[in-house]
Design a binder for this molecule. Structure first.
Ligand SMILES: Cc1cc2nc3c(=O)[nH]c(=O)nc-3n(C[C@H](O)[C@H](O)[C@H](O)COP(=O)(O)OP(=O)(O)OC[C@H]3O[C@@H](n4cnc5c(N)ncnc54)[C@H](O)[C@@H]3O)c2cc1C
Length: 405
């Protein structure tokens, strides 16, 4: 059994992204202090849009930050509106107007990632965030885990939470270090100012145009000031996974040649689109490791990176944060029990989402033919909001560990 020294364990969170800040916020709410170490010199505006589904909205409300976020977000009326690539025929759509709140207690929103990050940060004491702290090594050979930073600082803690993203340093100390594999898919990303975006793209709807080998998603963000545009295409050559790599509009247009002509106006308005490689990792069987008097564990993309095809990566990192904080607060003197509960609650759900998000690439990108016709029939027959209910209704504070039949 692992015991911490004082009343509350000393906690170091590596990474100040959505997951790391959410962990600090939920720990703070539970009365457990934690320090976030983030490599960036400032938590500045990077990235693009995100869907904030009811399971994430519920937790943001619990942190007291949802109302602030909603002022800068868009409340969706239609979600997962799948359209046929060639002519825009609607194949399936979630009616989010009132039904979403009736079923799940919260609406669905779209937001700029920076607004989401700001909202979560507002629930973390400023002195708990150490910027400009790039970790270069995690050592597990002492009594407690030890982080070494680029500037020479060394920090020891009872628990190190690795919220350091898909290329996590912490993950490499828990499981065999292996680089994430390029998935053969790139994403073109752009935020199109509303005054340049075609009217159809400004509806409060999350729209997906699906077709052979490709799909294109758009929805308004930032209280309607921008349209978030992201489109997926195959690519043989490895690409960076970075918010700063770019493509040209011509490259973007070439990938969607022959698609519904309405999309040309939207793509042309993209300016210089970002170019983002999708990377892949299989689910892990365990997320934690122990030293004689301490522990390390993983959270968010460091634990379970997933293709963005169910729009759940950030939401899952927020759920992880809520469960981990609760587990530590419930068993502050028995970290092994706390982390066991955390893994039992979180690994099955996130592994399932990793797997179905992965499988969605095949489904979304079917060439026209019998399999595509079968898919479209299934779309038309299903009630998509109910089909995704298991994702949206999840509440970490009442979740039970799944038992085998
Ligand atoms: C195209 C696309 C669309 C998406 N759409 C959605 C969506 O609609 N809804 C949704 O919920 N999710 C979506 N996601 C997923 C979501 O963006 C991620 O799952 C989420 O950002 C993961 O958060 P994280 O905190 O775990 O990791 P990250 O956001 O990667 O944060 C990791 C942090 O750790 C820091 N860090 C890394 N290494 C170190 C180090 N050595 N030392 C110190 N700091 C370090 C980084 O600077 C960063 O701040 C999408 C992703 C993509 C690519």
């Amino acid at each position: 059994m692992i015991r911490s020294r004082g009343d509350a364990p000393e906690i170091a969170i590596l990474g100040g992204g959505i997951g790391g800040l959410a962990a600090a916020a939920f720990l703070h709410r539970a009365g457990v202090p934690a320090t976030v170490y983030e490599q960036a010199p400032a938590l500045s505006e990077v990235g693009a849009g995100l869907v904030v589904a009811p399971n994430a909205a519920r937790l943001l409300r619990r942190l007291g930050v949802l109302d602030g976020l909603v002022r800068d977000a868009v409340r969706l009326e239609v979600g997962w509106e799948f359209r046929r690539w060639s002519d825009g025929t609607v194949l399936s759509a979630e009616d989010l107007s009132d039904r979403c709140e009736q079923l799940f207690g919260e609406h669905t929103y779209t937001a700029h990632r920076a607004h989401l990050l700001d909202a979560i940060r507002s629930a973390v004491p400023a002195e708990a965030i150490q910027l400009g702290s790039r970790c270069v090594e995690l050592a597990l050979d002492g009594s407690r885990p030890r982080l070494r930073f680029e500037d020479g600082r060394v920090v020891e803690a009872d628990i190190v939470i690795g919220a350091d993203g898909i290329h996590s340093v912490v993950r490499g100390a828990i499981t065999e270090p292996r680089p994430a594999a390029f998935a053969g898919i790139i994403a073109f990303r752009a935020l199109v100012p509303a005054d340049r975006a075609p009217e159809f793209s400004q509806r409060p709807a999350q729209t997906l145009w699906i077709g052979p080998g490709h799909h294109l998603v758009h929805y308004p963000v930032s209280a309607g000031r921008f349209v978030n545009l992201v489109a997926f295409a195959p690519a043989a050559e490895q690409s960076t996974e970075s918010w700063s790599a770019t493509a040209t509009v011509e490259e973007f247009l070439a990938e969607f040649e022959g698609w519904d002509p309405r999309l040309v106006d939207l793509i042309r308005a993209a300016g210089t689109p970002g170019r983002w490689g999708l990377f892949d990792r299989a689910p892990l069987e365990r997320w934690s490791a122990f030293t004689p008097s301490g522990a390390v564990t993983l959270l968010g993309d460091a634990a379970h990176p997933m293709f963005p095809f169910f729009a759940q990566g950030a939401a899952q990192s927020i759920e992880d944060a809520a469960v981990l904080a609760q587990s530590i607060a419930d068993s502050p003197h028995d970290l092994a029990a706390a982390l066991r509960r955390y893994e039992e609650l979180r690994i099955p759900r996130t592994a399932r989402l990793q797997e179905i998000s992965h499988g969605r690439a095949h489904i979304n990108h079917l060439p026209d033919g019998p399999e595509q016709e079968e898919r479209d029939r299934a779309f038309m027959e299903a009630d998509p909001l109910l089909a995704n209910g298991w994702i949206y209704e999840y509440d970490p504070e009442t979740a039970e560990v799944a038992t085998s039949p």
